[in-house]
Design a protein around this ligand. Structure first.
Ligand SMILES: [Zn+2]
Ligand SMILES: [Zn+2]
Length: 255
């Protein structure tokens, strides 16, 4: 599996300019933030699946524009995988003909640009040997992480999250887990803000992952613009034997 980072910022105006979008092989996206805009038409029409962690705008903004871009240029719909709660939110508040057209009925309901596929928590989907499991995480809205692996190795993409001990309990024994891409949006000084908005700060992240093996790499995403250096410094100061790296737009990993 090839994983390329198209966007990983917690907002615009910072060191990383594009919001969350991870590109797996040619055909799968994990979240569809503004990072999606860096793909050309030839690449956009190859996308067959989009997995959404949750409904917040910085993770879905690119989805609306993707639908418009590929209309009439692609055979068959793009399947949007998300929990039933997230799908309901997007139907009611986004693809509602007011914010954006309902691309599950365009050009026709029989041959649409997008289709919805409810993702059951804890159930694994097998897309040609790429196994993808959604596990719930705590955030300000309904949210899941994605555990993605092949027969050799894999990664966990947490999406936006705050403390969720059950997730690490589930993941700590996974021998194939090589990397975790995890939210750490705020500095320790903003720990109240982190808690109320359902994100990690360095202290709460380090406390939550205590049971995870030290051999797992933690790659930090969703850093708030302007706070990147402080957050990474705070993580490294209290690392307790772990290595933390900031995820960067353009990073490429092979599993
Ligand atoms: Zn969010
Ligand atoms: Zn976000």
């Amino acid at each position: 599996m090839n994983l390329k980072v198209l966007g990983c910022a917690g907002g615009i105006g910072g060191r990383e300019r594009l919001t969350t979008c991870l590109w797996l092989d040619d055909d799968i996206l994990l979240d569809a933030g503004t990072g999606l805009a860096s793909l050309g038409m030839e690449q956009l029409v190859k996308i067959d699946h989009v997995f959404l962690t949750h409904s917040h705008l910085d993770h879905i903004a690119g989805l609306a524009l993707l639908a418009d871009a590929i209309l009439g240029k692609k055979v068959g719909p793009v399947t949007i995988h998300a929990t039933e709660e997230v799908i309901a939110t997007l139907k009611n508040h986004f693809f509602n003909w007011l914010i954006w057209p309902d691309f599950t009925t365009i050009p026709t309901a029989d041959n649409p640009v997008l289709c919805w596929e409810p993702m059951q928590r804890g159930v694994t989907l097998d897309l040609e040997g790429r196994l993808i499991t959604a596990n719930p995480v705590n955030h300000a809205v309904d949210a899941v992480s994605y555990w993605v692996r092949n027969q050799d190795a894999g990664f966990l993409f947490t999406g936006d999250m705050a403390a969720t001990p059950a997730l690490w309990e589930k993941m700590k024994g996974e021998a194939k887990l090589a990397k975790v891409i995890v939210d750490c949006s705020f500095t320790n000084a903003d720990s109240d803000l982190a808690a109320v908005s359902g994100h990690f700060c360095p202290q709460s992240l380090i406390d939550d992952i205590q049971t995870m093996p030290h051999s797992t790499d933690f790659l930090i995403y969703h850093l708030k613009p302007g706070q990147e250096e402080v957050i990474m410094q705070e993580l490294r100061t209290d690392a307790r034997g772990r290595s933390f790296e900031a995820l960067k737009c353009g990073d490429h990993f092979v599993f």
